[in-house]
Design a protein around this ligand. Sequence first.
Ligand code: PLP
Length: 372
Amino acid sequence: MLYLDNSATTKVDPEVYDAMLPYLLEEFGNPSSKYYPQAVNSKNAVAEARKNVADLLGVSSKEIIFTSGSTEGNNMIIKGAADYYADKGNHIITTSTEHPSVLETCRYLETKGFEVTYLPVDQFGRVSLDDFKRSFKDSTILATVIWGNNELGSLNNIKELSDYCLEQDIFFHTDATQVIGKVDINLEDFPGISFLSCSAHKFHGPKGVGCVYIKKDQYDMLTPLTPLYHGGGQENNFRSGTLAVPGIIGIGKAAELARERMTDNIKRLEENEDYLTKILKEKFSDVIAFNNDVSNKIPGILNVQFKGINNELLLKQLAPVIAASTGSACSSSKPSHVLQAIGLSLEQIRSTIRFSLSFQIYREELDVFKEL
Ligand code: PLP
């Protein structure tokens, strides 16, 4: 079966799996314990994993806080900043095409007295700098904008948005879940990004682990936030709880591999995408329309309408040979808010399928589409 739902989740890389195993069996110690080998070894391995994640993002180890994934990361940053800076203002800026873990967090904060601006997007799901600038108020404390959209793959211009926030002295968070390992990013070039969230299982690491980047200030202090979890003070007091060591080793290894293989992986993703696009255009020329832009997007994500065909029925028919989805796995029962935001009709949304590729796929495997 050809798995084309890599934006929902990816298969753990065998090297990641091998790296994790010892930390379930021999090296099972709590990294916060001391003196005996299991504890010291797991503590050292966590430090190495943190360094690998930090190197992938171009930041320092100190700025990486491990979480259970991007849902937690997005909640942690948005609620944490809203609470910590509530005396400075109550206005948050976001976009209408964020993942539910951002949108629902913002909606929750509205019930607590915060004001949220949900910016509109263009036909490919990108926010404009002009709209962004216009939405700032004296009461703005945080802007949160997705880096690469999980349904369309469109990339927001995070550089110009975060630079503007730096100029305005406003915190900027980005949900980078879908871009890690597929877009070469170095946060040294993004001084305006104060916070970033990501999840290991989107780049061939295990599920249930992720991290947030929390920027250091000029005094070498991490930007303060109110933590979601209070307790033993792990992760610099930002995220209490015994560290999920095997998962952390997994994200560390996945980050190391992503960094080493970035150029090749991106090339492979682009080639696979071009090849699949060509087959789809040839094979389904009379019914097909692409919802995504062809450039300035995450390689490997295709969002395609099969006009007049119900997407759920089509997916069921494809399922024995091709695994794909209608869009976000988290809200697959509702019509996509992302496709609504770019102006598609319900009929168009109900005929849309997302194919999300992987660099692990061989081009010849995509020939299965020719047989449909
Ligand atoms: N943000 C984006 C853009 C995503 O695609 C996802 C997962 O689909 C998440 C956040 C949530 O990640 P997780 O389910 O790993 O917490």
